[in-house]
Each structure stands twice: as structure tokens, then as C-alpha cells.
Design a protein around this ligand. Structure first.
Ligand code: MRU
Length: 378
């Protein structure tokens, strides 16, 4: 392997700002986000003082990643309750902000349900307090799930890759502390492996077009002092061919009942490459990402995003994900684009799914249903 470590930034402090926090009056009530569209250039907060502001933040990816979207959805409903607004309508608006990550609707509906039960004897500050407590519980549970997934994932990697010398893991998109109440999903496994001395290298796909890998995973890996290198998504094939990848490890936005995995576009090609090169392809996601109500991959709604995300480049913090253009145009005027935000990997290409309730391998609908039955959250 080339000397990538020489280019790896030395680990420094964790981010000073919370990824997502609830603000009480007089600052709030508000949901305060670390604005992910501005990273890594700036660590800046975005204050969402009402549900439309939070919906905008979700659509523009200021807050993103399946588990964090669930947490944001939950706090968004608590915000509507604190403002004395129509909670059911708020839950609906939040759920519809983005279609693919099932956690968003899960979080919004769960907190709305808690509010409605409490509001049976009359809406008001007490029911609003119950909604906030439920959002906080969801936040806490996600952090706990993250820790358990990291441990299960670490043990799985040791089984799948028994040789010494440490694992060379390839990841896609961003699945770390920026998407979770804890250390994340797939990234949390890589981080634990690093801390236990079993990560040799983290390969980070840049993740076109919004560069969650280049901007966010590289930021998190650098902050943690992990040995990593960035590659263009299209360079993954030659990296496999060179024998430099021991396992692929990614997160998920929705896992259907048959084990089909929706994740950031570019995940499916990695699964095909992994199969061809006999490399394990591991998905790490909490059971809240499993949607037993969606029968298979063809039933998952894949978000289609603005053409300008593909036809233009922008390096301006805050402009990414807005879809309003304003970047440097790189394609001829009038160029149409195919810009799905996610793709679907069929279960037969997935070596294992790691959840906080344990691991399934091979991936089957029955195994998945059994895992979910153990969880109090689904
Ligand atoms: O469009 P994004 O940035 O919200 O997409 C996020 C992903 O695809 C992540 O890989 C997924 O949510 C898993 S994160 C634990």
C-alpha cells in the first residue's frame, strides 16, 4: 500500500458544537443544529425555531443521515408541541421532508403518538413536556444503539477477517457522530476498530455529488486521528483490483423486509465490486432503520434530487444541498441529470447486517424479523 498515512491529518479535538441540541427559552424553544452544509470549512450552528425551518434544514441536508433524521423528526414534533401548534400536521410535514430514510417518519410519529396520548386529557404544557421527554429518550436510545453496533461490528470483523495486520475498510457517505446521538453506525465500527488497534486504513469514498465522504467522513476521521485516504467514487474499482480493500462497511437509510438495503447512491456498485472480489460487504444500522412494512427493494421510494447538484460544483459553505444552483456550471446549458440520492443493494450482495440487537448473516427476511422482534423500538 502506498504511504497514505503521511497525508493523514493528526487527530485534534472533537467538534465543540453539538450535532443537534434542544434549546429552552429564552434561546428557544428551538432545535439547534450543527450546519452540515458548512462543514468542514466552518462549524456553525443553525437555529430552527419552527417546523418549516427544520423541514428546510432537512431538505438542504444541514441535518442528515438516517438516525439523526429520526432524532430531528422527534425534536421537530416536540417543537410544534412547545409552540402550541398542530402536532399531527407537524409530524406529517417532517415525515414528508425526505422520502427514503425511514427513521425520519419513525421519530416524528413516535413523538406525536406520545404527545397525543398525553394530550388526551387536554393539550398544553404538560403534553408538550411529554413530547420533549420522548424525543430525548429517542436521542439517548440512538446513542446506546450506536455503542452496541460498534461492538457487534468489531466482533464481526474479527471473525470475517481473522488475519493479523489490521483491517483496510472502505466506507461510503458519512455514518459517524454527525448522523447519530452516539458515534454513528458504520463509522462507529471503524472508530472502535481504530481504538482497539485493528484498523489499518480507512478508505473514504468522496460520495458524489454532495461529498458527504470528502467533507464529513474525512472531517470525522481526521478529528479522531484515524489513518484514512480519500478517493473518488470511480476509483474504488481499481482499489479492489489492487487487493487493498478487506471489507466494505456502510450504513443504511431503509432496510426492507427482505433485507434489501437503501443507502447513499454508489453503495450498490460497491456491493457488486465486493462480490466480484470476494470481499465482505457489511451494513451497520439500528433496528429503527428496518422497515418491515416495505416488502422489498423495489418498494423503497428513492429520493430524486436537483439536477444542479450534478451540473454544477460549489465550494461555498452553506450552498450545498440547497438545489438552487449558484455554483460553477460544469455541464453545457440545458443538460438534464439523473440524480437519485440513494440506490438499493439486494440482500444476496450483503454479507451481514449489524444492528444493536445483533448480527444477521446470511441476510434473510426471517432473520431480520427475528432481530426486530427483540427490539423495543420498532
Ligand atoms: O443524503 P444523506 O447524506 O442523508 O444520506 C445519508 C446516507 O446515505 C447514510 O449512509 C445513511 O443515512 C446511513 S447513516 C447512519
Amino acid at each position: 500500500m502506498a504511504d497514505q498515512d503521511a497525508q493523514t491529518p493528526v487527530g485534534i479535538e472533537p467538534p465543540a458544537l453539538s450535532v443537534l441540541r434542544w434549546a429552552e427559552p429564552p434561546e428557544g424553544p428551538a432545535v439547534v443544529l450543527l450546519d452540515q452544509t458548512r462543514l468542514p470549512a466552518e462549524e456553525a450552528e443553525l437555529v430552527c425555531a419552527d417546523v418549516p425551518a427544520l423541514v428546510r434544514a432537512i431538505r438542504t441536508l444541514a441535518v442528515r443521515g438516517a438516525p439523526l433524521l429520526g432524532i430531528a423528526g422527534g425534536y421537530g414534533v416536540a417543537l410544534a408541541a412547545a409552540r402550541g401548534e398542530d402536532v399531527a400536521r407537524a409530524a406529517e410535514l417532517l415525515e414528508q421532508a425526505r422520502p427514503t430514510a425511514v427513521n425520519l417518519g419513525y421519530g416524528a410519529r413516535r413523538v406525536a403518538r406520545a404527545y397525543e396520548e398525553a394530550a388526551g386529557s387536554g393539550p398544553g404544557p404538560e403534553a408538550a413536556a411529554v413530547a420533549l421527554a420522548e424525543a430525548r429518550a429517542l436521542h439517548r436510545e440512538d446513542a446506546e444503539a450506536s455503542g452496541r453496533m460498534a461492538q457487534y461490528g468489531l466482533e464481526l470483523l474479527a471473525e470475517l477477517l481473522p488475519g493479523g495486520g489490521g483491517h483496510r475498510l472502505l466506507t461510503h457517505c458519512n455514518t459517524g457522530a454527525l448522523v447519530s446521538g452516539g458515534a454513528g453506525t458504520a463509522f462507529a465500527v471503524a472508530l472502535r476498530a481504530y481504538r482497539k488497534g485493528s484498523l489499518r486504513h480507512l478508505w473514504v469514498d468522496e460520495t458524489r455529488p454532495l461529498l458527504q465522504g470528502a467533507r464529513l467522513t474525512a472531517y470525522e476521521a481526521g478529528r479522531n486521528g484515524m489513518p484514512y485516504s480519500l478517493l473518488t467514487d470511480s476509483a474504488a474499482g481499481s482499489l479492489f483490483a489492487a487487493g487493498e480493500v478487506d471489507a466494505v462497511i456502510i450504513g443504511a437509510d431503509r432496510i426492507a423486509a427482505d433485507g434489501s438495503v437503501a443507502n447513499k447512491v454508489g453503495s450498490y456498485p460497491l456491493a457488486v465490486l465486493a462480490k466480484y472480489h470476494h470481499v465482505p460487504f457489511v451494513v451497520v444500522a439500528p433496528t429503527t432503520t428496518v422497515d418491515l412494512g416495505t416488502v422489498d427493494g423495489t418498494s423503497i421510494v428513492v429520493e430524486q434530487r436537483s439536477a444542479t447538484e450534478v451540473t454544477e460544483f460549489t465550494s461555498k459553505p452553506g450552498a450545498r444541498g440547497g438545489g438552487e444552483g449558484g455554483g460553477t456550471v460544469v455541464a453545457p446549458p440545458g443538460t438534464k441529470a439523473y440524480n437519485p440520492a440513494f440506490d438499493i443493494t439486494p440482500p444476496e450482495l450483503v454479507t451481514a447486517i449489524v444492528t444493536e440487537e445483533g448480527v444477521i448473516s446470511p441476510v434473510t427476511g426471517v432473520g431480520l424479523a427475528e432481530l426486530c422482534a427483540r427490539s423495543s423500538q420498532v
